[in-house]
Design a protein around this ligand. Sequence first.
Ligand SMILES: CC(C)(COP(=O)(O)OP(=O)(O)OC[C@H]1O[C@@H](n2cnc3c(N)ncnc32)[C@H](O)[C@@H]1OP(=O)(O)O)[C@@H](O)C(=O)NCCC(=O)NCCS
Length: 217
Amino acid sequence: MKYVIKRALTMLRRDTKKGLSPRALLRRAARYSYEIGGAQLWLRDVNELGRGVRCYHKPRVVNDGTMRIGRNSLLRSILVPIELTCAEGALLEIGEDCFINYGVSIGCTKHISIGDRCRIGPYTMIIDTPFHDVYDRLKRPEGQSTIIETDVWIGAKVSIMPGVTIGHGSVVGTGAVVTKDVPAYSVVGGVPAKIIDTLDPDKFVMPPGFSPNRDLR
Ligand SMILES: CC(C)(COP(=O)(O)OP(=O)(O)OC[C@H]1O[C@@H](n2cnc3c(N)ncnc32)[C@H](O)[C@@H]1OP(=O)(O)O)[C@@H](O)C(=O)NCCC(=O)NCCS
């Protein structure tokens, strides 16, 4: 409880500088306490939970392996819960300052890694095995590492298929099915996903110490 109050107060101290009304501040205080307390409760089966992780409403977590979530990440299960599953012996890593939106489903049977500052849109699915062999539907093919590097923005209703690596800074457009590796700083879209643009690394707006989810460092 002490932890929740301390964290919520740290975030509010920052908000007071924004000139919000007392009523808005009060509402935020209640929300922060709920999110910070919620993360402690609902992510209790996560093996390593970074400081300042928040949950807006309850996600579904089934962890028989190892799960790590980096500091200041926000899991937003508004409307539909986020689903995180990790099989025995598998490793699911979510970096710092990530934002995961409602309905996202991550099914990890071997290794899934999501880098720092990634943003994942609603109803996206990330898997490291197809779960069924095409001829023997009772057989689960062995998992392959699915890697999402840092600063990747994944739009809504995307499918990230097993064994794929999405390079740093890339964008995956709404509705894409990513079946092959995506080079860094690419914008991809479509089914199967193809490169539709390449981003200029010098144009990124990323001040030092930047955190999209209100840094608590
Ligand atoms: C991929 C995306 C970032 C591209 O945005 P943009 O740079 O403004 O691109 P434009 O709309 O100018 O489109 C450029 C081209 O890409 C195509 N394109 C855009 N989005 C696409 C998508 N999701 N899938 C396939 N092709 C797409 C356009 O048809 C266009 O093709 P053309 O040049 O042949 O006409 C954007 O369309 C997108 O999907 N954003 C994600 C939004 C989202 O899901 N938000 C949820 C909350 S996280």
